[in-house]
Every structure is written in structure tokens, then in C-alpha cells.
Design a protein around this ligand. Structure first.
Ligand SMILES: *[C@@H]1O[C@H](CO)[C@@H](O)[C@H](O)[C@H]1NC(C)=O
Ligand SMILES: *[C@@H]1O[C@H](CO)[C@@H](O)[C@H](O)[C@H]1NC(C)=O
Length: 390
């Protein structure tokens, strides 16, 4: 019962994250271009996707926003000298009178001086699209300074454009006024711009995937195996060990399936890049674990002659999951390459479990040997007492 509630909670958390906060990760582009980072900007329902080139000299961006009206404009700007509109070097997109989308560049040196023309940095390959209510600006910009990884950016939407192609003033709602921030091009973190700075949604999603799977396959499953293997040596732990074991494995399965779902979604989203080893192990794990859940319902009675084969099957698959689960956590850590403290934390946790298992193994053998010794002197050996037989 508890597991079912647990499962529902996990699903709610999962769907909350994927719907409410991770819109940009599901946005696709017509040319299948994939950006390394994306951010659900905190105002004006806008989204920014970007990739920094390896030498940190240019930045490819896609900026998406709904214009205030269909005849309006959207704009994204870097401000190399300040943090608001004054000084911003802006890309502005709107629908020209001939019907095609255009991108223009504006040097906004102050609120009263908005001049179309060259920006403080080069802009290449600029183009725009308009469909489904969203305008999209694509461009590659030369970074104001080589190697910089933090930029102040500003974004805006407006309702109309003059005959000569000059954007009219935008609205002055709180969202319009707060649409600015400081963006970390490497981590994707965005600060400023009022409440809810917004993180890099793609990294956030990868982290959720990592935590769900690390906890389930990497920790809960091993604990469940340890409980099953060692606690039942002690008659006083019967049948408690069984419930603890089932609880660990079923809740591990629920969290694992949620984590597996996030993994599949990440896989679908990262078109160009596939981590086939990690993915295949993940799919195998899901199949094996699902078989294990069935094992719970198909379990023959202790005295049944099929119970011997059921044990082989249940234990065999269990150990396979144990090994593959831990292996895949490490493969995932390689892909995610989080701060080293996360890898260290997992290594410490799994080593602690390993040490506990080793100690319990020793204790178990002592108990068994004692028991054997005692039973030889008093009564015949009782086969059912032997805990380690499969
Ligand atoms: C439409 O007008 C813009 C400038 O207003 C121009 O750059 C573009 O080439 C024109 N497109 C067509 C198809 O004429
Ligand atoms: C932008 O405008 C300001 C003020 O007119 C000027 O000083 C600056 O050189 C301009 N920037 C570019 C790149 O033309």
C-alpha cells in the first residue's frame, strides 16, 4: 500500500517537473538543431536555447517568445556595458510588410537613442520564424569578449512595428520591466530579473534523472538485496525481513521507473547524441525489474517443488539487477559529469553498503556454522534453516 502512494507521489513530482518547469527541453527546431543549454526565462513566456562554441568566442542562440500581437515584435539582447535596456545590443524580429520574417539589429545606447545598424559585436546567420504563436530568432553572435561565460541579457516583446520597420514601444507590465538577467553560459543558471531566476532546464532534468535512478537502482535495490540475503538468517526477523525487502524493491522499482521515464525522454530530446550503452543497460534493467515484480505474484509456496526453480530465477535476476544497476549509475555519472562530490557521495554510500554486506556475510557464516555444529550434536540437520541456498 505504502509503495503505491509512494509511486503516485513520484509520478506527481515527475509530471510537475516535466510540465511546469521544463518547457524548453521539449521544444524542437525545424532543422533539428540541438542546443547544449536551454532556459525557461522567468518573464514574458520566453525561452532561450544556446550553445557556446568550444573556444568560447561565439554563441549560437535561439530565442523564442510570443509577440504582444501578431503584428508585433520580439527582441533578445546582450548588454555588454550594463544590465538593462540602456546599452543593450538587440536582435529584433517581426513580420515585414511583404510577409516574410526579418531580423534587425539595434544599438540601444539609451532609451531615447535606438539606432538600427551594427552592434558592438558581430552577428551572423540571423533569421526568424513565426508559427504557432511563437516568434523565433536564430543567430550566431560573436561574444563581446573572448572567453567570457557570463552575459547580461535583456528580452522584450511589443505589439506593433512602424511602416519603416521600427519597433514601437513595448508594454510596461511587471513582466516587461523585469525581463532581464545575468546568464551563466556554462551552467545555464540565470540570476536577476526578479522572482524565479530560472535554471538551465535541461541540466535540471538530467539531475532529476540522475537522482531518481541513483537512489532507486543504486541504493534502494542493493539495500533490499542485503535485507533479503542476511536478515532472514535470524528467525526473529521473520517475516519482517520479507516486508522490508518487498518495500525496498517495490518502491525502488517505482522510483526507478520514474527515473527510467525521464531517461527515455532525455534520450528522445538529445537527437544528435546517443549514449547507447547507458540506454541499453537502462532498458535491460527495466525489463528485469519488471520480471522481478511479477516474481512477487508468481511465488510458489515454500513447500512447493517449483519453489527451488523460482528461487534460482528470482535470485539470479536480482543479482543481475544489482550489478547492472550500480554499473549504470557509474555510466550515468560519466555522462552527467556532475561536481565530483556527487560521484564521491555515491562511492561512499555504495562502499558503506558493501562493508555492511561483508560484515553480515561473516556474521551469517558464523551463525550457520554454530547452528550446524549445534544441530549435529542434538538433532539432525534441518535443511530449511540454511539461509544461503538459492
Ligand atoms: C521582405 O522585406 C524585407 C525588408 O523589409 C527584405 O529583407 C526581404 O528580402 C523581403 N522578402 C521578400 C521575399 O521580398
Ligand atoms: C551605439 O551608439 C552609441 C551612441 O550613439 C555609440 O557611441 C556607439 O559607438 C554605437 N555602437 C556601435 C557598435 O555602433
Amino acid at each position: 500500500m505504502a509503495s503505491i502512494f509512494f509511486f503516485i507521489i513520484i509520478i506527481i513530482i515527475f509530471s510537475h517537473f516535466s510540465d511546469a518547469q521544463l518547457t524548453c527541453t521539449s521544444q524542437k527546431f525545424t532543422n533539428n538543431k540541438l542546443y547544449n543549454h536551454c532556459n525557461d526565462l522567468p518573464h514574458l513566456n520566453s525561452y532561450l536555447h544556446w550553445s557556446l562554441n568550444p573556444s568560447k568566442t561565439t554563441l549560437s542562440v535561439a530565442f523564442l517568445a510570443p509577440p504582444a500581437t501578431a503584428a508585433g515584435w520580439i527582441s533578445w539582447a546582450i548588454n555588454p556595458t550594463g544590465d538593462g535596456m540602456a546599452g543593450a545590443q538587440a536582435l529584433v524580429a517581426f513580420k515585414a510588410s511583404n510577409g516574410s520574417m526579418v531580423v534587425k539589429t539595434f544599438n540601444i545606447s539609451s532609451y531615447s537613442s535606438i539606432v538600427e545598424g551594427r552592434l558592438a559585436f558581430d552577428v551572423k546567420d540571423k533569421r526568424a520564424e513565426f508559427s504557432g504563436g511563437l516568434m523565433r530568432i536564430f543567430a550566431t553572435v560573436e561574444l563581446p569578449e573572448k572567453g567570457m561565460t557570463m552575459v547580461n541579457h535583456v528580452w522584450q516583446v511589443g505589439g506593433s512595428v512602424s511602416e519603416s520597420g521600427f519597433p514601437a514601444k513595448h508594454g510596461f507590465q511587471p513582466g516587461n520591466l523585469a525581463a532581464k538577467g545575468r546568464l551563466d553560459l556554462l551552467s545555464g543558471q540565470s540570476t536577476g530579473g526578479g522572482i524565479g531566476g530560472g535554471g538551465d532546464s535541461r541540466s535540471k532534468k538530467r539531475n532529476i534523472h540522475g537522482i531518481l535512478n541513483g537512489v532507486s537502482w543504486g541504493i534502494l535495490f542493493p539495500i533490499g538485496v542485503i535485507v533479503a540475503r542476511y536478515l532472514r538468517t535470524f528467525p526473529s526477523a521473520d517475516p519482517t525481513w520479507f516486508y522490508v525487502h518487498a518495500f525496498c524493491q517495490v518502491s525502488g522499482y517505482a522510483i526507478g521507473v520514474a527515473g527510467w521515464g525521464t531517461g527515455l525522454k532525455l534520450g528522445v530530446e538529445s537527437k544528435g547524441v546517443t549514449y547507447s550503452g547507458h540506454r541499453n543497460i537502462g532498458i535491460t534493467l527495466f525489463c528485469l525489474a519488471t520480471i522481478q515484480i511479477f516474481a512477487l505474484f508468481l511465488r510458489p509456496n515454500k513447500e512447493h517443488k517449483l519453489r527451488f526453480y523460482w528461487n534460482i530465477y528470482h535470485h539470479g535476476i536480482g543479482y543481475a539487477i544489482l550489478v547492472l544497476g550500480i554499473l549504470n549509475v557509474f555510466k550515468g555519472l560519466d555522462i552527467l559529469s556532475p561536481e565530483s562530490k556527487w560521484r564521491s557521495a555515491y562511492i561512499i554510500a555504495i562502499s558503506a553498503l558493501g562493508v555492511i554486506a561483508l560484515l553480515l556475510e561473516v556474521i551469517t557464516w558464523i551463525v550457520i556454522l554454530k547452528r550446524k555444529f549445534a544441530s549435529k550434536s542434538t538433532k539432525p540437520y534441518d535443511n530449511k534453516q540454511q539461509p544461503l541456498a538459492p
